[in-house]
Design a protein around this ligand. Structure first.
Ligand code: FAD
Ligand code: GLY
Length: 376
């Protein structure tokens, strides 16, 4: 491992997480980041660690991977916080999925039955019981599902901690260094081409989020099926008397769209998100912000009095089956870690631990085997 030269394309949580673990194991790691590190989807995210709330009946492999990653979060937080000497805002209060009108209650019941069938840790609450946990909830909340194990982390703090820990371990970082091409010779990746010329490597790892399909040099059949899925977001500043501690998510059978409210330890209340198939468009539009505020207001009417402190958009790296693309490829020494879509913050620990193990040992674990590129 000592003399192994690794190049990682992309400095989001995925690239940084893998880079940190590999640098820690003694590899010579260089991350090439086209812009500023950690300012892509990793900065934009809500930070929810929600395998249950994000579960779908036809995505059971993803649910399993998500639960495995969540189980590794406490270890990840301890390791990262002690190396970086800072908090990453991990909070374990849990999540309430709420319904606000009778139609929502039917939808919630349906989801609850599904969660129970899948053996997930959920509890059914009346509207009154939900308000006893979170006093700011609307009097119109009809019922809720409590997901005690769906936690959250402050993804922006995690980016900062990962960068710090990575560099402390000797990881090299080139910001504003776009990888134009992956160089492949005789079926083996030998390095990357940047504006500064060819950079040779023993292993190249593609972790460029929703831009992963744009890098040239790959055979047609190996271009990862990853696309941008836009999310508009905003943040309010909570005040005394209007403090929330659980993550709150709405289901909406009708208008407005479902939203989530994620309270941070510093008093920010992050509200998201739209899900829009608009390519690389990152415009914030009134309709998006209006719907987010409308949905959040229906859940917690007291937000009416809170200052709006930030609005932003981000691009999720969506894959064609919503699950990440992880592991070896038909090209020798080229590894993929991309396409984490709505769950990349949740999936960072498992991705970082498993991909770094793969690079160190060459062994493909059962955990990531279902997520290889060849499933498409
Ligand atoms: P990114 O953070 O986008 O990083 C990719 C990096 O690659 C970028 O910095 C980019 O500049 C760089 N890059 C691109 N092309 C090149 C190139 N050619 N050369 C060099 N560098 C390049 N996940 C959760 O788990 N929980 C949530 O609550 C959650 N909420 C979300 C809300 C929104 C609005 C969005 C947008 C995402 C959310 N996600 C959430 C998903 C999560 O943010 C992503 O899955 C995750 O951040 C992906 O990390 P990444 O490192 O792959 O991508
Ligand atoms: N996981 C939340 C989102 O993608 O908006």
């Amino acid at each position: 491992m000592k003399n192994k030269k690794i190049i990682i394309i992309g400095g989001g949580v995925i690239g940084l997480g893998i880079g940190w673990q590999l640098a820690k194991a003694g590899a010579a790691v260089t991350i090439h980041e086209r812009g500023q590190v950690g300012r892509g989807a990793s900065w934009a995210a809500g930070g929810m660690l929600g395998p249950i709330a994000e579960a779908h009946i036809d995505e059971l492999d993803l649910l399993k991977l998500s639960n495995q990653s969540l189980a590794r979060y406490p270890e990840w937080v301890d390791e990262l916080e002690s190396e970086a000497e800072m908090s990453i805002g991990y909070r374990a209060e849990g999540t309430l999925i709420i319904g606000i009108e009778p139609d929502d209650t039917y939808q919630l019941r349906h989801a609850y039955t599904l969660y129970q069938d899948l053996g997930l840790n959920v509890e059914w609450l009346s509207g009154q019981a939900a308000r006893e946990i979170e006093g700011a909830l609307s009097p119109y909340v009809t019922a809720a599902i409590r997901c005690e194990t769906d936690h959250q982390v402050d993804n922006r703090l995690m980016v900062q901690a990962l960068l710090h820990a990575y560099q402390l371990r000797g990881g090299m970082l080139h910001q504003h260094s776009s990888v134009e091409r992956i160089v492949i010779e005789n079926g083996t990746a030998t390095g990357v081409q940047t504006a500064d010329g060819f950079q040779g490597a023993d292993v190249c790892i593609l972790a460029a989020g929703c831009w992963s399909a744009q890098i040239s040099g790959l055979p047609e059949t190996m271009i990862p099926p990853v696309r941008p899925v836009k999310g508009q977001m905003l943040a309010l500043q909570m005040r005394e008397g209007i403090m929330i501690s659980n993550v709150i998510r709405t289901v909406k059978a009708r208008y407005p769209m479902p939203v989530y409210l994620v309270p941070r330890t510093d008093g920010r209340l992050v509200i998201g998100a739209t899900t829009e198939e608009l390519g690389f468009d990152t415009d914030l539009i009134v309709g998006g912000i209006y719907e987010l505020l409308h949905g959040a207001f229906e859940a917690v009417p007291a937000i009416y009095k809170l200052p709006l402190i930030e609005t932003w958009t981000g691009l999720r790296p969506g894959s064609s089956d919503n699950a990440p693309i992880l592991g070896k490829t038909p090209i020798e020494n080229l590894i993929y870690a991309t396409g984490h879509y709505r769950n990349g913050i949740l999936l960072t620990p498992i991705t970082a631990y498993e991909i770094s193990t793969l690079v160190r040992t060459g062994e493909v674990s059962e955990i990531i085997a279902p997520f290889h590129l060849d499933r498409f």
